[in-house]
Write a protein that binds this ligand. Sequence first.
Ligand SMILES: [Zn+2]
Length: 377
Amino acid sequence: MPPTGSPSALRSANLERVVGVLRSAAEVSQAEIARRTDLAPATVSNIVRQLVSTGLVETSGGGGRRGLTVRIARGAGLVAGLDFGHSHLEVAVGDLAGRALVGTRRPLDNDHSHTEGLALAEALLDDLLEELGESREAVHAAGLGLPAPITRDGRITAGSILPGWVGVAAADVASKALGMPTLVDNDANLGALAEHRDHPDVTTLAYLKVSSGIGCGLVLDGHLYRGGLGTAGELGHVTLDETGPLCRCGSRGCLEAYAGGSGLVEQLRGRMPDLAVHDLVDIAVSGDAGARRLLEDAGRALGQGSAILANLLSPEAIVVGGDLACDIVVDGIRDGLRRHAVDGLGGEIEVRLSTLGDQASVVGALVTALDAVALPG
Ligand SMILES: [Zn+2]
């Protein structure tokens, strides 16, 4: 690595800034790259020429006021995204701009071992690559999401809802199994990353993943925030009532014990023995009063938790994704902010459903994989 401040360090920092802009936009004019990076037009022009010669980017147009239009080349290579949920695995293949090209989702038992999970991931990845007429050699790197707190040294802690991954150094085993560098992150962190990429003007946002459990990813001042120990955002285990119901984490009265989908469907088991978490919203919307009441109460609990976030972090937006994301829950969060956040703040914060739906984490996995792709030059 060249010393900071040396000409080659400066060149690689400039290159990174230009590639960063290209990864955040489908295509962009050379003039716009100069504007967004604060680099001189001649510097941008040199970097673009260098990137074209390596095959990473392609250009079109030229002449006229808009000048050259630049985009990441489709033929430059691919990245893979894997998202392990409580009971599913989602796999996608994207280009080097992090845009999904193909994807697939399969059910996966929550008590699978990590080797079983990775074997299925490999098989699905190879199927998708075949669909694209590509092989694994074309894939530069992978991103992998897990519904678990992940420490700075990459270990999955006992807070995971996937017991087969606890204690596993997930990035190491996944890199080995897939045969490519693999970056691992909490699934809600990846959702936050994907949402921020779609809404780059929002500098601070919280992404709430409301599914079997409650996840939370934080983007603070434009950057994903993992915290000093790596496990920031465990909003699901904030205590709302210390005499409340026992939570799977061993504590009592956690937000997740009131709003986590696994607990909610248990309450309807008597009437609906086969009910799955992802069916709950449909049942509530189609008129089941019990299901609707459960989601309303979950929304209120999430509102109480969101008010803590709002008071601490002052986010511009709270984005709701996951299997239970719906207007009933969003209304509950808005109401909770109004009741519990400091005066005036609740009305300022935009609370909305994720535009990426259940794809947020896998898209975030593609985006995070880009960090492991070596830049040319
Ligand atoms: Zn808990």
